[in-house]
Write a protein that binds this ligand. Structure first.
Ligand SMILES: Nc1ncnc2c1ncn2[C@@H]1O[C@H](COP(=O)(O)OP(=O)(O)OP(=O)(O)O)[C@@H](O)[C@H]1O
Length: 658
């Protein structure tokens, strides 16, 4: 193609971009105008409120970020051109100027190939700098041209330095990722992906996709993202808003179950027992054994008459309600209602009239009925049930040693004054689930799921009972004492045993040389997962052996200083115990004011990434915990461009020959 043609094309595309931005601004202007007059046109306060919320959301959704491209691709189908971007933009006549990446037609942007062109003659990808269109790249699928992962624009995007929070990947979603993103709402899936294969990205884009396709339904039931800690959640928090999705709930499992404050710390032994799935059985038994067979009749007087229900029908009512398998508190209400119904029938029989609402309510609360209920089906709170179990752990499910591990050394005088631990909160949540139903989200995305304990997984299962889930994780990165060695068990605890386990193996973060180093650890990790294959041929790996251990921190500092000559973020990752000392060391060298540098404890880096990672004394990281080698595997795979490993002690196990 002659050069002037390229220029003409580029300026035509720039023109389309400018026009699209102007059209989006008009769409937003219209939404704002509607927003400001909304309460005047709404019939009542409730509708005005609903309309106001809807319009405010709409205005937010239509925000234009001048630093990100409004479209990033184009499809030529049957002589028509369709630009693909972050959201629909239409001109004043309602004609599409940019298609939302989630629209059915846009699917071909991600999936069309020479083998299956899907009607696409040409696929065009745009290169941008700061929202300005600078280049494009065409694949003429109709002429057998396909770039795949060799696309220059894809490579540039993957290799772009990382600064600040996570970015969306709409422009470059790969076919195997797209298949997961666009899976049906009804499908629960489990993505087993090596580090940097885009699991988190896939989960977030899937949430955005499902919200687009099932907007009303999911807005009502809600979409929830569960992540391992708040640092991770804040790292990913900008992705969905950038995709126009501003109403997704994000939290850790601890956030989900936070019904009471955490005021105690468990021993490791107690933590293990409390997270074991048998605790569900312990709680369930402790609860249901509270029911007792009624042996006394109920005698009630309402002022005019005396009523009596014998023990036999009462036994039947309790047995029936139990057999119905309802949550405990619902069953209790049911028993009360049936007792009142029996009284009502007697009253109708004797007086010939139906008693009124007030009479029925009163009968539900009279002392003999309440006393019967308290004996046969006593009221209980989740906290009280857990406190009871921890005060005197029942026999039958746990071993004596396990019971001793969770028994409170000094039981509290009242439930209110009880001090609960993080693990207790999950138990309280389980107890609450036995008492009553938890509202279910329409879809839940669970990241770093390999670290969920069975009891935590059950807390998520209760919140997705009527919805589907996307489970993201990597068994090799499991560091919790209960971390899964295979997926089916976790999926069963999550209530979705049928979920398909789909692997992702192409890595977009970690350079090949770094992946090769990390992969050496895999055989020692005791899990059977496919190795990562890196798309990245760039990147540096340096192993710096220090002979005098007292030089270790100085060498680390030297690596940081060298890293700062490059673009992007720098992290020193060290065993937690060394972090304060290293921060002091860097501060003394005047690096504390450099916003690009962070000293991060090894236990906090899961899910994060930095352009340059300096790993400080890997042997200490590996020795710090039972799953230390898994932790080291996580640490080594955080680097986007360069990894320096600084060590005085021998490198741990399988890395020693590196
Ligand atoms: N298709 C893609 N195009 C461009 N960048 C991508 C693509 N897929 C993933 N990435 C980038 O690769 C990096 C790793 O992605 P992500 O964090 O989602 O991986 P992960 O599998 O969750 O990793 P980990 O298991 O280590 O937490 C991110 O910077 C992400 O933006």
């Amino acid at each position: 193609m002659p050069a002037f043609d390229l220029d003409t094309e580029l300026s035509a595309e720039r023109h389309h971009l400018a026009e699209s931005r102007a059209a989006l601004a008009r769409m937003r202007g219209r939404a704002e105008a509607l927003f400001s007059t909304g309460d005047r046109v709404a019939g009542d306060a409730y509708t005005a409120e609903q309309l106001g919320r809807h319009m405010a959301r709409r205005v937010k959704e239509l925000a234009d970020d001048p630093t990100t491209p409004l479209f990033f691709g184009r499809l030529d189908i049957d002589d028509a051109a369709y630009h693909v971007g972050r959201r629909h933009v239409t001109d004043d006549a309602g004609e599409p100027m940019v298609l939302d990446w989630r629209a059915p037609l846009s699917r071909s942007f991600y999936r069309a190939s020479v083998r299956d062109p899907q009607g696409v003659a040409t696929r065009r990808r745009f290169g941008f700098v700061q929202g300005e269109l600078t280049s494009f790249e065409d694949e003429h699928l109709d002429r057998g041209e396909e770039l795949g992962t060799k696309s220059r624009i894809l490579t540039a995007e993957i290799e772009r330095p990382r600064v600040g929070p996570m970015r969306d990947i709409v422009a470059t979603i790969q076919p195997e990722q797209d298949e997961l993103v666009r899976a049906d709402l009804a499908d629960s899936i489990c993505v087993q992906g090596a580090p940097g294969t885009g699991k988190t990205a896939v989960g977030l884009h899937r949430a955005a996709y499902l919200l687009y396709l099932h907007r009303e339904r999911l807005r009502r039931s809600g979409v929830l993202i569960v992540g391992p800690n708040t640092a991770f959640l804040s790292y990913i928090s900008a992705v969905l808003p950038a995709l126009g999705e501003v109403e997704v709930q994000q939290g850790t499992v601890d956030d989900l179950v936070a019904r009471v404050p955490v005021r105690a710390v468990d021993t490791p032994a107690a933590t293990l027992v409390k997270n074991d799935v048998r605790m569900a059985e312990v709680l369930s038994r402790a609860l249901w054994r509270k029911l007792t067979k009624p042996t006394e009749p109920i005698m009630v007087s309402d002022g005019s008459y005396r009523w009596r229900i014998d023990a036999e029908p009462l036994r039947r009512i309790v047995d029936e309600a139990r057999r119905e398998g309802l949550p405990y508190a619902v069953g209790r209400d049911r028993v009360r209602a049936r007792v009142v119904a029996l009284l009502q029938r007697q009253s109708e029989y004797r007086t010939g009239n139906s008693p009124g609402e007030g009479w029925l309510r009163k009968m539900g609360k009279v002392a003999p009925v309440t006393a019967f209920l308290e004996a046969a089906w006593p009221a209980v709170t989740p906290e009280a049930l857990v406190a009871e179990v921890l005060t005197d752990p029942p026999e039958g499910v746990l071993t004596d040693e396990e019971r001793a591990a969770i028994r409170w050394a000094k039981p509290p005088r009242t439930v209110k004054s009880a001090k609960f631990s993080v693990a207790d909160l999950v138990l309280i949540d389980e107890a609450a689930g036995l008492l009553d139903r938890e509202p279910s989200f329409g879809h839940v995305v669970v990241d770093e799921a390999q670290d969920l304990s069975p009891m935590q997984a059950r807390a998520i299962a209760r919140r997705s009972e009527h919805g589907s889930i996307t489970v993201l994780g990597d068994l090799a990165q499991g560091t919790a004492p209960w971390a899964a060695a295979e997926w089916p068990e976790t999926l069963a605890h999550l209530g979705k045993p049928e979920a398909a386990v789909v692997p992702l193996t192409v890595g977009f973060r970690v350079p090949a040389s770094v992946v090769a180093l990390a992969n050496r650890l895999l055989p020692a990790l005791g899990v059977d997962v496919p190795e990562a294959v890196s798309l990245r041929r760039d990147g540096d790996l340096a192993i710096v052996a220090v002979t005098d251990p007292s030089d270790l921190d100085a060498e680390t500092l030297a690596e940081v200083t060298a890293a700062l000559t490059h673009e992007g973020s720098v992290a020193v990752i060290a065993a937690d115990a060394a972090v304060d000392r290293l921060r002091g060391h860097l501060a003394a060298a005047g690096i504390e004011d450099e916003p690009r540098v962070e000293v991060v404890p090894a236990t906090m880096v899961k899910g994060l990434e930095y352009d340059h990672v300096v790993v400080h004394e890997p042997a200490d990281i590996a020795d710090a915990e039972a799953k230390g080698l898994n932790r080291l595997y996580v640490v080594l795979t955080r680097a986007v461009s360069r990894l320096s490993v600084v060590h005085a002690k021998p490198l741990p196990g399988p890395l020693a020959s590196a």
